[in-house]
Design a protein around this ligand. Structure first.
Ligand SMILES: Nc1ncnc2c1ncn2[C@@H]1O[C@H](COP(=O)(O)OP(=O)(O)OP(=O)(O)O)[C@@H](O)[C@H]1O
Ligand SMILES: [Mg+2]
Length: 675
């Protein structure tokens, strides 16, 4: 059945025009639209058009082909999508269809990479130069779009601004807008420029030039100034585990698990500073599993080998090979074995060796023995950061390592987000020498202390503090970002969601299948607390199916079940973080959002039955949203107006006993609607 958006008449499914009022019936909204924060990259060839006026079109095409191919590769390497080539300009999108938590950084890195490519092309004799711009902001994303067929992925102001800024950039540079700077400044160095006046904008746009990408080396060791709070128990467990490994020479695998920003890496850093305070020397090697890039199988392990050998990224093959040999010689006593080790470690360290491919078992054995030899010299903490991004092969190796390690003081200390268990449900389970430390959110009291430490003063206005505590939900990263925003923008303004947090959450939501994501969207319309029945009603799905999906979301730490439900016979859940709810909610385009609110209201009315008056306020909220959003989408909805007016009266009746002012306001609005 198709509901007419103009008059609310029910029409048969096949109808294209409404039987009652003749309005065109809207196409059902395809699954494929979402509001998202994306980064847009514009790159333009400079001076090429002039020349191509005079050149033969075939020559132009031939000249541009290698340029297009290389630029496309540079964009895709960082997870971007080429939206279109407009003559000699290229537009690319980062963050759509799939968001990453660092899309702004990726866009800028890929722009820098393109500048390098241009240098290479020039060296090859192609006379080209480019300028580029990156902007970040909210856009409407067509999820099913096929850019290879010329279909646009994103639309919004962020695209126009990127095009404008690009034309204002100096040749050979990349300029970016403020949101991009805020999102990427921990990874990229920027320098402010004069604001750019742009057509269609009242105010000039503040811009920055990209100076360079900051090196990631030593990243994990940068001291944080935020004073550490809480986690006494987890710290004790970790330290005790290490001491036992050291005492008994019994290798252990420790996995610290928790949602992004909850403090996994920080806990590891804390262990390190504790151990640094002791007189005994502990070997400490850090391997990361990066979220992007190619050919990085075993990257984390490669980092360890490189660090042990002192190999730098800037070393050439010969230097690297020599350093690797020396490192092996220092650890392996038997000279006849050194060659064997070196050739098996070489691929990890990016050193070319002759000879055929090495079997996996043999490689694993060599790597394990290398780590054992390191641990044999002095206790070794092998940190593997962000295991959820590890390739399968690395996970296999780590299992091999802890299953087979000789009795040496070796602790494999890994950090992972819960999605690790999607790929390896049984990770570290059932092993005698494995421990899991699950980090839950900080308590309110701890978060308040953290906030105080961050703001370097004791008191915030009570409501600002309460609002931050509520939204941060015990997540130290969110707390930090809110504190930073307060410091930068001053108090008083509305507390908006920091871009970094938004990006982090959006990236997490994009790892969900479309069905699960829609479930979460539907739930977010109901509110932070919701019920299986409500979600089933909004999405017109079966309860069992919905419940199965919700259980999956629980496993991913996006929602959690309530112990006792406030609706009999219906399971109650809450969204883990207020912010997860906000981000999910904001992703829903206006028209479906309106429909979902109306459906949520209908469900509440039906569930509450004769006690519906008790729910008048919440019904007012849903009908209000539905109405406002429909109006914004240009629809008249007299049915919603009627419903809203009715519940405003009920809400007014309820308020009479508590708050006359509120009651009056409700009645007045009801009157306005019925007028
Ligand atoms: N207990 C704590 N006390 C004070 N600050 C903390 C605490 N835990 C974490 N932080 C701070 O919060 C921020 C986020 O923490 P951290 O980087 O350890 O998160 P994470 O769990 O490793 O996240 P991700 O999954 O993104 O790697 C850091 O700046 C860290 O210093
Ligand atoms: Mg971390």
């Amino acid at each position: 059945m198709a509901i007419c958006q103009s008059c609310g008449e029910e029409n048969p499914e096949r109808a294209r025009f409404c039987h009652a009022c003749g309005a065109e019936l809207a196409e059902p909204v395809s699954a494929g639209e979402e509001r998202k924060v994306v980064s847009v990259l514009f790159v333009d060839l400079v001076g090429f058009t002039d020349r191509s006026d005079r050149a033969d079109p075939e020559d132009v095409r031939a000249t541009l082909r290698p340029y297009h191919q290389r630029v496309k590769a540079d964009i895709e390497r960082f997870g971007g999508t080429v939206e279109k080539f407009i003559g000699d300009a290229v537009m690319a999108v980062f963050g759509a269809p799939v968001a990453h938590e660092d899309d702004a950084e990726r866009a800028v890195r890929s722009a820098l990479r393109i500048l390098e490519t241009i240098q290479e092309l020039r060296a090859e004799g192609l006379d080209v130069a480019v300028r580029a711009a990156v902007t970040t902001g909210e856009a409407v994303v067509a999820l099913g779009a096929r850019p290879e067929r010329g279909e646009g992925i994103v639309a919004g102001d962020v695209v126009n601004t990127a095009a404008r800024l690009q034309s204002a950039a100096a040749v050979g540079t990349v300029i970016v807008d403020e949101t991009t700077v805020r999102s990427a400044e921990s990874a990229i160095a920027f320098e402010p420029l004069e604001p750019v006046a742009a057509k269609g904008k009242v105010e000039p746009i503040p811009v920055w030039r990209v100076v360079q990408a900051r090196s990631r080396v030593g990243e994990a060791e940068t001291a944080t100034r935020t004073p550490f709070v809480g986690r006494e128990h987890e710290r004790a467990v970790l330290l005790e585990t290490f001491l036992r490994v050291e005492r008994e020479s019994a290798p252990q695998l420790v996995t610290v698990v928790g949602e992004p920003g909850v403090g996994k890496s920080r806990l590891v850093t804390e262990l390190r500073s504790t151990l640094d305070d002791r007189p005994e020397v502990v070997g400490w090697r850090h391997g990361r599993c990066p979220p992007y890039g190619e050919g990085i199988t075993f990257w984390a392990l490669g980092e360890v080998v490189k660090a042990e050998a002192g190999i730098l990224e800037s070393d050439d093959q010969v230097e690297a090979a020599v350093k690797l040999e020396q490192a092996v010689a220092a650890l392996v006593d038997d000279p006849s074995e050194r060659e064997w080790f070196a050739s098996r470690l070489a691929p990890l360290a990016g050193v070319d060796v002759e000879g055929g491919a090495i079997g996996r078992d043999e490689a694993f054995t060599a790597w394990r023995r290398f780590l054992e030899a390191m641990a044999d010299k002095r206790p070794l903490v092998f940190v593997v950061e962000d295991l959820h991004w590890a390739d399968e092969a690395l996970l296999d190796f780590l299992e091999h390592l802890v299953d087979w390690a000789a009795p040496v003081p070796l602790i494999v200390l890994s950090t992972a987000r819960p999605e690790l268990y999607d790929r390896r449900p049984g990770w570290s389970g059932g092993k005698r020498n494995a421990t899991t430390i699950a980090l839950s959110p900080l308590s309110s009291e701890e978060t308040a202390r953290l906030l105080q430490g961050l703001l370097e003063r004791a008191l915030l206005p009570a409501d600002t503090q309460a609002s931050i505590l509520e939204r941060a939900g015990g997540n130290p990263l969110y707390t930090e970002q809110f504190a930073r925003m307060l410091v930068e923008r001053g108090e008083g303004g509305e507390l908006v969601l920091p871009e970094t947090v938004q990006a982090l959450i959006a990236a997490r939501l994009d790892t969900l299948s479309p069905e699960l994501k829609t479930l979460l969207h539907d739930a977010s319309v109901v509110g932070r607390i919701f019920w299986t029945g409500a979600v089933a009603a909004i999405g017109q799905r079966g309860r069992d199916e919905v419940l199965a999906g919700l259980r999956e979301l629980v496993r991913r730490e996006l929602i959690r079940p309530a112990r006792v439900s406030s609706v009999t016979g219906d399971e109650e859940f809450s969204i883990w973080h207020a912010l997860v709810r906000d981000v999910a909610y904001q992703q829903i385009p206006r028209a479906p959002r309106a429909r979902k609110h109306a459906a949520a209201a209908a469900w509440i009315e039906e569930t509450a039955q004769e006690r519906v008056a008790d729910h008048a306020e919440i019904l007012v909220h849903h009908y209000e949203q539905a109405l406002e959003l429909s109006r914004a989408a240009g629809e008249e909805r007299p049915d919603l107006e009627r419903a809203l007016a009715g519940f405003l009266v009920l809400a007014g009746d309820r308020a009479m006993r508590l708050d006359i002012g509120a009651a009056e306001a409700a009645y007045r609005r009801a009157l306005e609607l019925s007028a």
